[in-house]
Unconditional design. Structure first.
Length: 220
């Protein structure tokens, strides 16, 4: 894997939904790299959050890339709308579509970077034949659906195996981790091979957002 610096992508799932623009301003000032937007439909996951209009509205308030994580069934129905709304990175769950290969190709054809996410129980083999079609693999380190859950340590060997596979095949693909990332877990995830770190509670739940982003970076 090419040596790229680590990136911090705070999840607005833990922000104040009534003050999203100012919360996103806070993380931008704090030096965060991306904004992670968790889209949930109440079907793929047992929770409903936000969608296309919020992505469109946020786009006007930040220069940071919008890192949109779709936890919805049949994402292929909506990828065009999300890219048009301003998603720079668009990640779909491997389990959520019958036609993963085509869905990823469409995302790239629309001009966005494509990501594919794996639930904790989904093996790497589910994506080994689409790795050429993605810019990022998201290894879920909790079951998707809610913020504030505990990091699953059994995902560390999965990250490591995936990092080795990407290196072996010399692909320009980075590994993102999402779920339970904080000062105590970010280091081991980084050592296993993750480069992009989503953090909700650890950033927006902290008393000082700037300090929280700095602490995460310092703990890698
Ligand atoms: C979970 C979401 C995560 C979540 C992470 O389904 O995909 O992005 O917001 O939250 P924390 O960092 O609190 O585990
Ligand atoms: Zn997420």
């Amino acid at each position: 894997m090419p040596d790229r610096p680590i990136l911090i992508s705070p999840s607005i799932l833990s922000a104040d939904m009534a003050h999203l623009a100012s919360d996103v301003g806070l993380i931008e000032k704090a030096g965060a790299d991306w904004v992670h937007v968790d889209v949930m439909d109440g079907r793929f996951v047992p929770n409903i959050t936000i969608g296309i209009p919020v992505v469109k509205a946020l786009k006007k308030h930040t220069r940071m890339p919008l890192d949109v994580h779709l936890m919805i069934v049949e994402p292929e129905q909506y990828v065009e709308d999300f890219v048009k709304a301003g998603a720079d990175w668009l990640t779909v769950q491997a389990e959520s579509t019958y036609h993963l290969y085509r869905t990823l190709q469409v995302i790239r054809d629309l001009g966005a970077k494509a990501g594919v996410a794996l639930n904790p129980a989904t093996p790497i083999s589910a994506i080994e034949h689409v790795l050429e079609e993605v810019d990022m693999v998201l290894v879920m380190t909790v079951e998707p659906g809610f913020g504030g859950q505990k990091f699953i340590p059994a995902m560390l060997p999965k990250i490591k195996t995936l990092a080795e596979l990407i290196k072996q095949r010399q692909l320009p693909v980075d590994i993102q981790v999402d779920g339970g990332i904080n000062k105590s877990t970010i280091g081991e995830a980084a050592r296993a091979g993750a480069k992009i770190f989503v953090a909700g509670t650890a950033v927006f739940g902290a008393p000082d957002v700037k300090q929280a982003v700095e602490d995460l970076r310092a703990s890698v």
